[in-house]
Structures are given as C-alpha cells and as structure tokens.
Ligand binder design. Structure first.
Ligand code: S3P
Length: 428
C-alpha cells in the first residue's frame, strides 16, 4: 500500500479523552475578518487542517500579515485594506474558502483568479455567483454550474441585496454577507433553514451592525456595511469532528470516550440528539458556549433523520455508520445536498454501509439503511475515499469498531484533521 492508503484494525477497547481541532468554520472566518480589519487580531486554537491553511495563505496574498507563535496566530490587516493579488488564489480542497472568498474578493477592486483541487473544481459555484452578480461583481466559471477556476472582477462599492437563499447553505449566506460589508445600503439574507450563524455572530463581535431574526423555521440576517475591528478570537473545538468519536464510542462494544470543549451551537450539534434518539448513552455538559460529551457503548435502534436536523449534512456519513450498527431501518430524508460535497456523499455513504454488510436503497433524495444490529457484525472492507476527508474518517470509525478496513486516499484527512489517525490510535 502507498502512504496514501491506510489499514485500520479492530480496536479491542477504547478509553480516553479527545480534544478535536479548532472549528473549521470559525477558523476560516477569524482569518478573513481579521485580514479585513485595520490592526492586529489574535486567534487562539485555529484549525490545523489544510483547508484553513489555504485561507491563511490567501489572506497573505491579498496583503494581510499572518504570523504564528505556537498555538496562537496573529493577523494584521493593512490600514489601506486588502488588494487584488497577481497570482491565482489556491483554495485547495476547501469549499468554504472558495465560497466565502468569492464574496470577499467581490468587494476588492480588480481581477481575482480562484482555483481548487480536482474535487473542489467539480463543485457548483453558481450558488454564490448569482447573488454576487446581482450585487455588481462579475463571477465567471465553467459551465452552467460555474465551477472553478473562477475569475472574479471585484468592485470597491457593490449594490446592497435582499436575497432569499434557495438552499440551506451557510457558505452562500456568508459569501453575501462578506460582500455586503462594502455594499451601498443594508443587505438582507433570508434562509428557510437556520444554518450555522458563525459569520453573523463573528461580524457582531467585530463591531459590525448585523441583526438576526427568526422567521418560521428559518432566519433573516440584516447587515449594515462597515469595516470589522481587530479582535481576539478563541476558536472552540469542531463539533463535526467530535461526531466521529461520538459514533465510535456509541457503536464500539467496549468504549468510554470523553470529547471535550466543542462549539455548542444548535445548528452544529444536531447529531447528538439523533444519536440519543437512537439509544446512545451520551452525557453532555455545557460550559458557556462550549460543550463536552461523554459517550459509551450502546445498543442502537434505527431512526428517521431529516436534513433540517443537520443543516450542513456534514455529519450524515458518520450517522450512516451508526445506522448501519443499529437494529432496524433508518431513513435519511431530503439529503440532496450530500451530492455536492467534497465527493458525492449520497452515493458514498450508501456504498460504505453496503460494504459493511447492510442493505441500502434510495428513493429520490431519501435513502434508507437496514442496520445489522451491532458493529461487531460489520464486514472487513476496502474503500476509496476520493478527495473527501469526512469519508476517510467515517470509514476509519467503521473499521475500528467493526472488523478492520483499508482506506485508499486517506491522506486527504489532512484537509480538516491532520492528527485524526494519531488521536484514534491513542484511545486503544
Ligand atoms: C460551512 C457550511 C456548510 C458545511 C461546510 C462548512 C461553513 O456548507 O458543509 O463544511 O463554514 O459555512 P454549506 O454552506 O454548503 O451547507
């Protein structure tokens, strides 16, 4: 096997405390907001993944100064503001970088080229191009879905917008909000499902006048233009990474795991409720905006999961592993957004469950998993994760709780969690 392939053995017993990396969403935004500010911001606990490293590098290309001092990162935004770079801005594997950045550079006068890896270059950018063009920027890409490489012509003044986001997407909302910082007038974004509020919360902390109002199941965000102030940011642990260890602790036969200090936002922690509904023993302890979870081996039962519960659908692949270990048929409803993530996670999650030995089938945007009543019954399997970090981690959890596995393309885990395999091994 090459270094990009990994073999996972069944773990006999799992005990320990896991501190997952800093939240990826908060980390990207901390870098971007700090780069836009006039002065030096301090960021503690920044994600160590490659996705966030791409955002940091791009902020430097645009004129910010980024300096690491141990676990603290200092970002100084230039007094005169960011300026267009000559070289292409390489977003790597990171959809959040590309979508938020498209909004951010729309507000910087000049020409910007945005590129990404093979996975990112397949992902639709029309969802940000459409509102940003309505605001006065020019966003060009390939084909109808406007895929990268992107060419963006930014303007230092944009038109304000009143936009109803047609998908549940924090990235689209955030892209518009970044552009709205230099718009002439008040911009407003309406979403039908409450997605993570990271951008609006962090803008507020940086002195921007932004209001949020709940509207039925959704939310309206109203933004007044302005320049963010330099801040001190403390990044909480990433709940989407915690989900892997939560499922591992629940489905493994002999496990007691503590996952500490993650972001407690309701839009991010829907997976905890799903697992508890399935019968998982999870004790949660809230400390301010942080959450710690204690999880131990549990016999799971099937459930029905709607994408509204997990608005980003990031935790669905690992919940499919939980459903595969449960007794009964679990239904995953309205999961269309899974198809346009780092890989087609709709097909990928079904295939993973199939390889574990489960019967799976789909009906339109819904799919179903008939669990086999215990991870110890999982088959040994091989899988190619493509360029999808979450598929690597979901497969590794299934192999560790089950009968082992071989994962091709495992190096892509570094997009979000470079020490994942080390943290997993430390629990045995
Ligand atoms: C993110 C939003 C989500 C999520 C992604 C991070 C963000 O994507 O899947 O991992 O930081 O705004 P969508 O906006 O496509 O739902």
């Amino acid at each position: 096997m090459t270094s990009d392939n990994v073999s996972i053995e069944h773990a006999h017993q799992l005990r320990g405390v896991v501190r997952v990396p800093g939240d990826k969403s908060t980390s990207h935004r901390a870098l971007m907001i700090s780069a836009l500010a006039d002065g030096t911001s301090r960021i503690e606990g920044l994600s160590t993944g490659n996705d966030v490293a791409s955002s940091a590098m791009i902020m430097e290309q645009l004129g910010a100064h980024v300096e690491r001092d141990g676990s603290v990162v200092f970002v100084t935004g230039p007094e005169e503001g960011l300026r267009a770079a000559i070289a292409p801005l390489d977003c790597g594997n990171s959809g959040t970088t590309m979508r938020l950045l498209t909004g951010l550079v729309s507000s910087i006068h000049g020409d910007h080229d945005l590129v990404g890896d093979a996975s990112l270059s397949q992902r639709p950018m029309d969802r940000v191009a459409i509102p940003l063009e309505l605001m006065g920027a020019l966003v060009q890409g390939r084909g109808k879905s406007v895929t990268a490489p992107l060419h963006v012509q930014g303007r230092s003044t944009l038109r304000a917008i009143d936009y109803h986001v047609p998908h549940a997407s924090a990235q689209v909302k955030s892209s518009i909000l970044f552009a709205g910082l230099v718009a002439q007038g008040v911009s407003s974004v309406l979403e039908d499902v409450r997605t993570r509020s990271t951008t609006e919360d962090m803008f507020r902390s940086a002195g921007i006048n932004v209001e949020s109002d709940d509207v039925a199941q959704g939310r309206r965000v109203t933004l007044h233009p302005g320049r963010p102030e330099a801040c001190h940011w403390t990044v909480p642990g990433d709940p989407s990474q915690a989900a892997f260890f939560c499922v591992l602790g629940a489905v493994h036969r002999d496990a007691v795991l503590n996952i500490i200090d993650i972001d407690a936002s309701p839009e991010r922690t829907g997976f905890v409720g799903v697992l508890q509904r399935m019968g998982a023993t999870i004790e949660s302890e809230h400390r301010g905006t942080h959450l710690s979870l204690a999880v131990s081996s549990s016999a799971l039962v099937a459930t029905e999961i709607h994408s509204r519960e997990i608005p980003s659908v990031d935790e669905v692949p690992i919940l499919v592993v939980a459903a595969s270990a449960a007794t009964g048929v679990s239904a995953f409803r309205q999961m269309n957004e899974l198809r346009i993530k780092e890989s087609d996670r709709f097909e990928g999650s079904m295939e993973l469950s199939r390889r574990l030995g489960c019967r799976v089938w789909s009906d339109g945007d819904d799919f179903f998993v008939e669990g086999i009543g215990g991870a110890e019954k999982f088959s040994t399997f091989e899988i190619d994760a493509g360029l999808d970090h979450r598929m690597v981690m979901a497969a590794a959890v299934a192999g560790s709780a089950g009968s082992g596995c071989r994962i091709a393309g495992s190096a892509t885990v570094a997009s979000s969690y470079p020490h994942f395999f080390g943290d997993l091994a430390a629990l045995q």
